[in-house]
Design a protein around this ligand. Structure first.
Ligand code: SF4
Ligand code: SF4
Length: 349
């Protein structure tokens, strides 16, 4: 049985795509909103680019006001509750329940290590639509090296608990330590009746301290292994519904890892503002981490921000940005085919 909010979100997505086609010069309404409820985290992963600074965090009442404003402008949009580790936010469950009450598709992005049977039960009661859990390896020693000792076991326990109650998606950053096991991770997802999404490795420029991403210790250096594993994964994709990335995106990721100094595809204008925007723990809104905030939803309505010169200026700068982030999951521009594929996979769970 298809949930009414899934149908509503699907119709909204199609209307936004139509907006973008009919008015390409006007910033259209983005397809998803990512809310970083907190920058705090209980882990210190080796590839993390967060700074773990203390920040003011908005509480449930502020977020409810913001979510109402977003809903009145965007319709039934998918919202991703993220962080840091969002389960550390004191009002997490109240905010999640409110998202459901106003008909939003709610995705929780978590490292999984704080989920025991009581938390899994509360997530199900809050009608979370998808729980995205980070997993880099099916091998304990590899996972623990990336995310910290004991993380693998906690994530395995969380997946086992969650999959009985909610749709689960594993989220895997492709690195040197796991390049040889992308297909076995896809098999693991299939056997556990969950989905898996592969993501490009990314690091903030100031963390690289002048070196390039491909010089980072976690970057996969064996080109043959990269090419072979992605080719096998693309072939496997035809036989399994477990892999959420489209073939187009897997090919893009393959190119990205093989030729990191080159743009992975012929450069297209950045349209990440159609894909999503982010809110930080204080309600500040931004389209791109390089661009800085365009507004403050704790003080302004989305309509005010949307009509502001800061949004027009930022969208113009993004369109002519010389970088290319289209390999990142948060920036990859889904076509209608990708969306339908995801919808079918989601409905099949
Ligand atoms: S779980 Fe996420 S936010 Fe926390 S340290 Fe790891 S990558 Fe960073
Ligand atoms: S291509 Fe440029 S503007 Fe677009 S998301 Fe990447 S850094 Fe930001």
């Amino acid at each position: 049985m298809i949930k009414p909010k899934v149908v509503a979100a699907g119709l909204c997505f199609l209307s936004r795509r139509l907006d973008a086609v009919l008015s390409p010069l006007r910033p259209a309404r983005p397809a998803r909103v990512d809310i970083n409820l907190t920058w705090r985290c209980n882990l210190r992963c080796r590839h993390c680019f967060l700074r773990y600074q203390d920040h003011r965090e908005l509480g449930a009442e502020d977020w409810k006001k913001i979510l109402r404003s977003l809903k009145s402008h965007l319709g039934a949009f998918p919202v991703c509750l993220s962080g840091g580790e969002p389960l550390l936010h004191k009002d997490f469950f109240e905010i999640a329940r409110f998202c459901d009450e106003i008909g939003l598709i709610t995705i929780l992005s978590t490292n999984g290590t704080l989920i025991d049977s009581s938390v899994a039960g509360r997530l199900a009661e809050s009608n979370i639509d998808i729980v995205s859990v980070s997993l880099e390896s099916a091998r304990e020693e590899v996972q623990d090296r990336v995310r910290g000792k004991g993380s693998w076991q906690k994530i395995m326990d969380a997946v086992a608990l969650l999959k009985e109650k909610l749709p689960v998606q594993l989220s895997t950053v492709v690195m040197g330590c796991n390049i040889g096991e992308l297909c076995s991770l896809a098999d693991f997802a299939e056997k556990n009746r969950v989905h898996i999404s592969f993501q490009g490795f990314y690091c903030a420029p100031d963390q690289l301290q002048g070196s390039s991403l491909s010089e980072h210790e976690l970057w996969p250096r064996e080109k043959e292994a990269v090419a072979g594993e992605f080719d096998r994964l693309i072939a496997l994709k035809a036989k399994t519904r477990a892999v959420s990335n489209s073939v187009k995106q897997l090919k893009l990721l393959r190119e990205y890892y093989l030729f990191p100094q080159r743009l992975p595809v012929p450069k297209k204008k950045c349209r990440a503002f159609l894909r999503a925007f982010e809110l930080d723990p204080e309600g500040k809104m931004q389209f791109c981490s390089y661009g800085g905030p365009v507004g403050d939803l704790a003080r302004q309505s989305l309509r005010q921000v949307w009509a502001s010169p800061a949004v027009s200026r930022t969208v113009k700068a993004m369109v002519s940005c010389p970088k290319d982030c289209s390999y990142l999951n948060c920036r990859y521009e889904e076509g209608i085919g990708d969306y339908l594929h995801k919808l079918l996979a989601f409905l099949a769970t």
